[in-house]
Every structure is written in structure tokens, then in C-alpha cells.
Design a protein around this ligand. Structure first.
Ligand code: CO8
Length: 258
């Protein structure tokens, strides 16, 4: 399918989705969010894709929701169209892992999009922020909720109340991102991490993603029980037999996702 505001390349079981509105620093307008939702849904259904990377440009992952598009909307408009709910739900429905590869600005909805992915790899020039406070609004898809769980109340409050940006070094120190790499190496590194994930048993990968995400939604006791049951269930797969046999036979496993 032809897209206007994103590009999609599939290579070696990894779908690379690039946000592509350079003139607006990849601001998230409804066309881009619609195309992103479609691309993610298609990648999730495509047997040639096992892991997804979302990235932007060296200057901006995304500088937020499109302020031009939002500025004239009324309360009734955004309530009736349930602004941003559809795309957010589309991302959360994806069962394959999604890595956000963030260079430059990840602000407002851009930071929230990155945090909705499964984990974030940052370039050394990345800047995260929730500057909505400067526009007379607040974060709308997780900037007060997910950010607080990533970095704790103090930093989340600081960022949401002042609108200050967090650089890559602070983001890694605070647990917002899993690793930081030089900007020129960002996409190759994210693709290499994605390929590593693509080599695993995809049943175990999906189970791991579900289990980690469950920790956000439930109590520790319930989460541990959920994890244990998923762990038990993986003993019904051929890949568990293969993975453990390969270890004992000192060879690489040949997973068949069964
Ligand atoms: N929306 C629309 N256009 C934008 C946005 C944006 N968020 N950010 C940048 N642009 C445009 C600018 O208007 C400019 O366009 P033009 O050349 O036509 O004037 C172009 O991108 C380049 O921007 P700048 O000239 O400002 O570039 P600078 O390098 O000087 O500054 C900054 C870069 C600091 C990133 C600056 O552009 C900026 O502050 N942008 C706005 C950041 C912001 O406030 N983001 C929050 C938006 S609100 C939001 O995200 C609500 C989230 C709710 C949920 C969203 C779910 C998806």
C-alpha cells in the first residue's frame, strides 16, 4: 500500500516504519496516525515480519501531535472523535514486539508514541519531553501515566509541569530507554536488535511481551501467577523441546514457532 506520511520497508523479518513528515518534524496528524495504524496492523498480520522498528529522522522522532490540526478543535470535536484513541489502541493490539528508535525530538505525542512501543533505543541526540503544558493542555496518551512508571513521580512531575526536555543520557539513567547509541548507528542498532528477537521462538517472544506488559496492568501477585502460567504453557511447544535440546547438544536451536 502507498503511504504519504510514513515509509515501510521489510527486510529479514523486520519491518522498519519511518515517520516521514520532515517539514513538520514528523508531527502526528490524523493522516500519519491513520497510516501508522494501518502499517502496524498489516505488519502484525504479515508472516514475513517478526519484529517492528518505528523511527523518525535524525532531527525528530516526532515533535508531538500536530498543533496546527488540533488548534481549532472544540471539546465536543475531540470528545466525539475520541482524539488519538484509535491509533493508540491499534499500537497496543500489535502482538509482535515494537522497538522505538528515537533520534532528535520525541515531544508530547512523540514521546508518548515511543513509550507505547515495547522499548526505546535512543540516539545520543534524543530529547524527550512533555511540553503540552506550554500549550495550555496536558499529555493525552500516557505522558502522565506511562512516563511516571518509567522514570518515577519526581521526574515525571518535573517534565509535565515545566515542559523541560530530558536528554538521552538522563533518559537512560532514568530507565526511560534501554540503550543509547551514536545517532549514525541508531537504525542499524535497532535493526540488529530486532533481528536478534526475530531469531527466537516467536511463541516465546509473544508470551514474554504479554507478560512484561501485564506487569503494568496488575498487582505483583496476579502478574507472577500470569507469568508462571505462560511459562508452564510454553512446555506444550516444540520450540521448548528444541531450545533445551539444542542447549544440551551445544548447537544453535532451530525454532519453528510451534
Ligand atoms: N505540530 C505541528 N507542527 C510542528 C510541530 C507540531 N507539534 N512541531 C514542529 N512543527 C513544525 C513547525 O511549525 C515548523 O513548521 P514551519 O517551518 O512551517 O513553521 C517546522 O515543524 C520546524 O519547526 P521549528 O521551526 O519550530 O524547529 P526548531 O528546530 O526551531 O524547534 C522544536 C524544534 C523545539 C521541536 C519546536 O518545533 C517545538 O517546540 N515544537 C512543538 C513541540 C510541542 O509542543 N509538542 C507537543 C504537541 S501537543 C501534543 O503532542 C499533545 C499530545 C496528545 C496525544 C497525542 C497522540 C498522538
Amino acid at each position: 500500500m502507498g503511504y504519504h506520511t510514513i515509509t515501510v520497508e521489510i527486510d529479514d523479518y523486520v519491518a522498519l516504519i519511518r515517520l516521514n513528515r520532515p517539514d513538520a518534524l514528523n508531527a502526528l496528524n490524523s493522516e500519519l496516525l491513520g497510516e501508522l495504524s494501518t502499517a502496524l496492523t498489516e505488519a502484525d498480520a504479515n508472516d514475513k515480519v517478526r519484529c517492528i522498528v518505528i523511527t523518525g529522522s535524525d532531527k525528530a522522532f516526532a515533535a508531538g501531535a500536530d498543533i496546527k490540526e488540533m488548534s481549532q478543535k472544540s471539546y465536543v470535536d475531540v470528545f466525539e472523535e475520541d482524539l488519538f484513541t484509535g491509533p493508540t489502541e491499534a499500537i497496543l493490539r500489535v502482538r509482535k514486539p515494537i522497538i522505538a528508535a528515537v533520534a532528535g525530538y520525541a515531544l508530547g505525542g512523540g514521546a508518548e508514541l515511543a513509550m507505547t512501543c515495547d522499548f526505546i533505543i535512543a540516539a545520543d541526540n534524543a530529547k524527550f519531553g512533555q511540553p503540552e503544558i506550554n500549550l495550555g493542555v496536558i499529555a493525552g496518551i500516557g505522558g502522565t501515566q506511562r512516563l511516571t512508571r518509567f522514570v518515577g513521580k519526581s521526574k515525571a512531575m518535573d517534565m509535565n509541569l515545566t515542559g523541560r526536555f530530558m536528554d538521552a543520557e538522563e533518559a537512560e539513567r532514568s530507565g526511560l530507554v534501554s540503550r543509547v547509541v551514536p545517532v549514525a548507528k541508531l537504525v542499524p542498532e535497532a535493526m540488529s536488535v530486532a533481528r536478534k528477537i526475530a531469531e527466537k521462538s516467536q511463541i516465546a517472544v509473544k508470551a514474554a511481551k504479554e507478560a512484561v506488559n501485564r506487569s503494568y496492568e496488575t498487582t505483583l501477585r496476579e502478574g507472577l501467577q500470569y507469568e508462571r502460567r505462560l511459562f508452564h504453557s510454553l512446555f506444550a511447544t516444540d520450540d521448548q523441546k528444541e531450545g533445551m535440546a539444542a542447549f544440551l547438544e551445544k548447537r544453535e536451536p532451530q525454532f519453528r514457532d510451534r
